[in-house]
Design a binder for this molecule. Structure first.
Ligand SMILES: [Zn+2]
Length: 305
């Protein structure tokens, strides 16, 4: 599969047992109505997406590293950027250190934590993390909130990008009031040397994403996930058209391939890779452009070897 290009996956997640344990503890602390709503959502999720939650990936980071290494090699993927789920969990640090030439960690942060910028700096300086991921829809804050600015200052001074999940999302805790990518305009303008990455083509907010491309040169987009949001827009275009618009608005230097692979039981999401490779072929891109999207941009932005 695309043997000529050593693919870099710019958007994966790392789920260890510690992540599931933290989630169980959080649920146990929540009040009853939250737990009931969460249970209904979980059942609906399983039915709609035919996807289970009941995975026990274990705590052995070497076993997890070996398993992911095998899955990625089978898919023809050379490097993977793994987004942290919890700001304070150290298992991702341990996991990426197992394969330092293949696995790379992206930190996450809670902007309400007064220590968040210091903690993030430590992750990058001491533990080799390559970027920061923010999730405003579940954190219930706007990216334009001054509360988030110390994190941008830190990321800009460290020279690492900020990934911001916007648009619709699978999480029960999401609040769509915080989903519109337009909120990134102000920090994007205020931090011109900071690179922002918006995953999943902004998951439903393609129009707003393209507006950002018109205004700012430091917005990048990642292609990750199934892009099922396409089924929930009133338009009838497909992912190939989304790629075409993104190529026009952002250019091949600001598009990053990602699969959103996350669960060992699901394996590496080769169907997503295959679909997107097919689209890139159908667009008659040259090898230079394809290499940028499939590896070069992620390597440049995240400073990967
Ligand atoms: Zn993701």
């Amino acid at each position: 599969m695309a043997a000529e290009i050593a693919i870099t996956d710019g958007h994966m997640h790392f789920y260890s047992q510690a992540v599931y344990r933290a989630e169980e503890e959080r649920l146990a602390r929540a009040d009853q109505s939250y737990r009931e709503g969460h249970a209904v959502w979980k059942e609906g999720f399983k039915t709609r997406f035919n996807s289970s939650f009941a995975e026990d990936p274990g705590d052995d980071t070497e076993a997890l590293a070996a398993a992911w290494e095998k899955l990625m090699a089978e898919a023809g993927v050379s490097r993977g950027c793994f987004l942290a789920v919890n700001p304070d969990s150290d298992d991702l640090t341990e996991f990426t250190a197992r394969r330092p030439d293949k696995f790379f960690a992206i930190a996450t942060a809670d902007p309400r934590d007064p220590e968040c910028a210091i903690k993030f700096r430590r992750r990058v300086k001491d533990e080799g993390y390559r970027g920061l991921k923010l999730y405003p829809t579940t954190g219930k804050y706007l990216l334009s909130d001054p509360m988030v600015y110390p994190l941008y200052e830190e990321a800009q001074s460290l020279g690492v990008p900020v990934t911001a999940h916007l648009g619709i999302t699978l999480s029960y805790d999401a609040d769509l009031a915080y989903a519109n990518p337009i909120q990134i305009h102000a920090p994007g303008r205020d931090f011109p040397k900071l690179q922002f990455i918006i995953p999943h083509f902004a998951a439903g907010y393609l129009r707003e994403l393209l507006f950002l491309a018109y205004h700012l040169p430091n917005i990048n987009v990642d292609t990750s996930g199934t892009n099922r949001w396409l089924d929930y827009t009133p338009d009838s275009f497909g992912l190939d058209w989304v790629f075409k618009k993104a190529l026009f608005a952002f250019g091949p230097e600001r598009i990053i391939f990602g699969s959103d692979s996350r669960m060992l039981s699901q394996g590496y999401r080769t169907a997503i890779l295959r679909e997107q490779l097919g689209i890139l072929d159908s667009l008659n891109l040259g090898d230079t452009e394809k290499t940028l999207i499939l590896s070069g941009n992620a390597r440049r932005l995240f400073r990967l070897p």
